[in-house]
Design a protein around this ligand. Structure first.
Ligand SMILES: CC(C)(COP(=O)(O)OP(=O)(O)OC[C@H]1O[C@@H](n2cnc3c(N)ncnc32)[C@H](O)[C@@H]1OP(=O)(O)O)[C@@H](O)C(=O)NCCC(=O)NCCS
Length: 180
């Protein structure tokens, strides 16, 4: 388990699948995701089982009183280059805009840079997803570029934004404690 200030991150598992199915079939949530519903319980079980086989790492985000509110994960890990691409979804909409997402991201970044020794963490987001971009910038991500007409979603042609944070950015914001 990884502990943040407002959330804990625990390994994604089958016990949470009913929540995953609720979140990933909610159009207000998925309008911002690459995933296109519908997703069944069996499909979500399959997702959990494939994570380990495919060497991916996904966490369920719990509030400090143990309520599951979303998922965050490392979608692509390239150990050779110490680079990881992450994704996040707060599925409980009443928890949007209250700092849970930023805390989950910061907690995952700490793990990536301070435990795994990653050099770079990046992600791609819809250019119109202003809340997500604001949260990512708060956590230290920088915009690297605009990928015009990168994909379509619900009939809309989407420009995606590439954002990244480097280990040097992270340690400038979070200097190691107790150093010489
Ligand atoms: C994107 C997401 C992970 C962010 O998590 P969150 O808990 O809602 O975000 P936070 O509260 O930590 O931070 C959001 C910030 O954006 C601000 N914000 C909210 N709506 C905004 C908007 N429309 N435009 C700009 N900023 C906005 C908030 O005020 C907050 O900033 P502040 O702390 O300086 O006030 C979450 O909203 C979510 O999962 N949304 C649905 C799925 C999604 O978009 N996933 C990301 C795909 S790339």
């Amino acid at each position: 388990m990884l502990s943040g200030e407002k959330v804990d991150l625990v390994a994604a598992e089958r016990a949470y699948v009913p929540m995953y199915v609720k979140w990933i079939n909610d159009p207000e949530v998925t309008q911002w995701l690459k995933a296109d519903p519908p997703f069944s319980t069996e499909m979500e079980h399959g997702w959990v089982d494939r994570l380990r086989r495919e060497g991916k790492i996904a966490f369920t985000i719990l509030t400090k009183d143990g309520r599951p509110i979303g998922n965050i994960g490392m979608e692509e890990i390239v150990w050779r280059y110490r680079r990881v691409t992450i994704g996040i979804m707060i599925g409980e909409k009443d928890h949007w805009g209250k700092g849970y997402g930023s805390d989950a991201i910061t907690t995952l970044l700490r793990y990536c840079f301070e435990e795994l020794g990653m050099r770079r963490v990046d992600l791609i987001t819809d250019s119109e997803n202003h809340r997500a971009q604001h949260a990512y910038k708060k956590c230290g991500f920088h915009v690297e570029g605009l990928m015009k007409q990168y994909r379509t979603k619900n009939g809309r042609v989407i420009d995606d934004v590439m954002m990244a944070i480097l280990a040097s950015d992270w340690f400038a914001m979070h200097p190691p404690q107790g150093g010489a």
